[in-house]
Design a protein around this ligand. Structure first.
Ligand SMILES: Nc1nc2c(ncn2[C@@H]2O[C@H](COP(=O)(O)OP(=O)(O)OP(=O)(O)O)[C@@H](O)[C@H]2O)c(=O)[nH]1
Ligand SMILES: [Zn+2]
Length: 355
């Protein structure tokens, strides 16, 4: 499992080397590290799918010898989470031949980490995807109705992870999304709209090229339809929205990496419908609003930056009209996201995902 202790910025290094090597070896007098092979012959691989302790990885990516290999994890990595998107070192049978099994012996340092908690009061986090640079948030204009607070939660997760969000509104043939989109005018958020007849393939491929993008969205919004349009042959199962619940059928549940025709990856996360945000540091959210973060540097220590915060530099400058044209709206968005973090989910239904 990939549970990690709370309040640990970079827990991986700890698990990577120090943790297990320092442990006394009950079976021998020699230090355990001496028994361990150096794995100098290890090859680098990309984890594309994780399924109950089995990892599907890609070796020699982009080369003639590129192949898919099935792997397990080395015993000493039992405390280390290994997730889709990870770069790993692989030893053993790395041929990828039928019935072969390789072994993951190291996980490379991660550039980004998209994570979630079980719920908002829970600081224990679970990593969803490693090394992604973009979060594709798929929302339907109708059927199911869009919920700004759900998108807020996705945005918080993206900003916390240092990942760029990109919003796709599907089913604009069914409803006009402008009222919904008005919620996000203060954000640096690219928005693309989609219908099955006019999937924004060119516009999206442009933004996805060469990057690793994680796609998230509530069931039934048309994410599979979109992924199929983007990745010919992806064959993501398209469900039917239940007329009563407005939800789609859950057709698959494992996170899958799909290669984009023009380079780059899209990682589909059918199982991820909610984002507990208990682990998120509000500072990371503020950091995503660079201009406001600069101003907030002059705030009192521990300032919440919420409308009632005493002597908040942001609130005061906004009131004096000194935050620029979009400033008040941006502050509004920031405050909404910070409030999202503070209000435990599950009390109301507005932002609970009903799953
Ligand atoms: N009218 C309309 N229907 C769409 C659009 N995109 C998808 N749909 C339909 O919405 C339903 C759900 O689409 P899916 O692609 O399965 O949705 P999903 O988000 O992958 O849902 P899960 O598989 O449950 O995660 C299907 O019946 C699609 O045909 C759209 O832009 N307009
Ligand atoms: Zn403040």
């Amino acid at each position: 499992m990939s549970w990690l202790p709370p309040d640990t910025e970079e827990p991986y290094e700890e698990y990577d080397d120090v943790d297990y090597r320092a442990r006394p070896n009950p079976k021998a007098n020699r230090p355990r590290s001496k028994q361990r092979p150096a794995h100098d012959d290890a090859v680098v691989a990309r984890v594309t799918t994780v399924d109950r302790g089995r990892y599907t990885v890609l070796v020699d990516e982009g080369e003639d010898a590129e192949r898919t290999v099935t792997a397990t994890r080395a015993r000493e990595l039992r405390k280390q989470s290994i997730v889709t998107g990870d770069r790993v070192d692989l030893v053993g049978d790395v041929t990828g031949d039928e019935g072969s099994l390789a072994r993951i012996v190291r996980v490379h340092e991660r550039r980004t980490l998209l994570r979630r908690s079980a719920d908002d009061t829970d600081a224990v986090e679970r990593i969803i995807v490693a090394n992604a640079d973009q979060l594709l948030i798929v929302v339907a204009a109708a059927d199911p109705a869009p919920r700004p607070r759900l998108v807020d939660r996705y945005l918080v997760a993206a900003f916390d992870a240092g990942i760029t969000p990109l919003l796709v509104i599907t089913k604009v043939d069914l409803a006009d999304p402008s009222a919904f989109l008005a919620h996000f005018t203060g954000l640096d958020l690219q928005v693309v709209t989609s219908t099955p007849e006019h999937p924004p393939v060119a516009a999206l491929l442009e933004r996805l090229r060469g990057r690793t993008t994680v796609a998230v969205g509530h069931s039934g919004v048309g994410k599979s339809t979109l992924v199929n349009a983007l990745v010919p042959g992806a064959d993501r199962a398209v469900g039917v929205v239940n007329a009563v619940t407005g939800r789609g059928r859950h057709t698959s549940s494992s996170t899958v990496s799909l290669r984009l025709p023009e380079g780059g990856w899209i990682i589909d996360t059918p199982g991820v419908r909610s984002f507990g945000l208990g682990h998120v540091d509000p500072e990371n959210i503020l950091r995503a609003f660079g201009d406001l973060a600069d101003v907030a540097a002059a705030c009192p220590r521990g300032c919440t930056h919420l409308p009632d915060a005493p002597d908040c530099e942001l609130v005061e400058r906004a009131a004096r009209g000194e935050l620029g044209e979009l400033g008040p709206q941006r502050l509004d968005s920031l405050q909404r996201l910070l409030t999202t973090l503070r209000s435990p989910r599950g009390r109301g239904t507005a932002d609970s995902l009903g799953e």
